[in-house]
Design a protein. Structure first.
Length: 158
C-alpha cells in the first residue's frame, strides 16, 4: 500500500497547479462542466419534470447545418442534427414522428422575447400519448425553456 508523503503531495501540486491556472483539468472529459451550461441545465430540468420524456436536446443552426449543443444523452452533444430536426428551421412548423417506442418531436426554440434561438428535440414514451398530446407536451416544455433564455448568446455561452 502506498502512503502519500508530504513530498508526493508537493510534487503533485507542482504538476497540477500550472494546469489549473491554465484552465485545464486531468478529469475525464465527461466529468468536466458542460460546454453550454444554461442549455444543459434546461434539458436536464425538462427531463426531470416530465417523467414520460426519454430524451431532450437543444440544437443550433450553423453554416454547415445544425449541431447539438446540449442533450440528456451526452453522446449526442456536438453531433449533427437529424433531418427531422432541420424541418422546423426550414418550415417554422414542428416535426412529429411516431417511432416504435415513442414520439420524436422537434420544434423551434425561442428566447424570453420570442426570438428564434434554435430547435428543441424531445423524445417521449408512446404509452399514454397521441400525436396531438405529444406535440402539446413538447410545446409546454419549449415554452418553459423559452422563459429561462434571455438571448441566443446566453444559451450558446460556454
Amino acid at each position: 500500500m502506498l502512503r502519500p508523503t508530504c513530498r508526493s503531495f508537493h510534487t503533485a501540486a507542482a504538476v497540477l497547479a500550472p494546469l489549473a491556472l491554465a484552465g485545464l483539468s486531468l478529469l475525464p472529459l465527461n466529468a468536466q462542466a458542460p460546454a453550454h451550461p444554461l442549455a444543459q441545465k434546461l434539458v436536464a430540468s425538462a427531463q426531470a419534470q416530465h417523467p414520460d420524456v426519454t430524451e431532450v436536446g437543444i440544437l443550433f443552426p450553423t453554416s454547415n447545418g445544425c449541431t447539438s449543443i446540449a442533450s440528456t444523452d451526452k453522446g449526442d452533444v456536438g453531433g449533427k442534427c437529424e433531418s427531422e430536426d432541420l424541418q422546423p428551421l426550414k418550415t417554422g412548423k414542428p416535426s412529429v414522428a411516431k417511432e416504435a417506442d415513442g414520439y420524436d418531436v422537434s420544434l423551434l426554440l425561442h428566447d424570453a422575447q420570442g426570438r428564434r434561438v434554435g430547435v428543441v428535440g424531445i423524445e417521449m414514451k408512446l404509452a399514454g400519448h397521441t400525436q396531438a398530446s405529444a406535440l402539446r407536451e413538447a410545446g409546454q416544455i419549449e415554452h418553459a425553456m423559452a422563459a429561462q433564455i434571455p438571448s441566443k448568446s446566453s444559451l450558446a455561452a460556454h
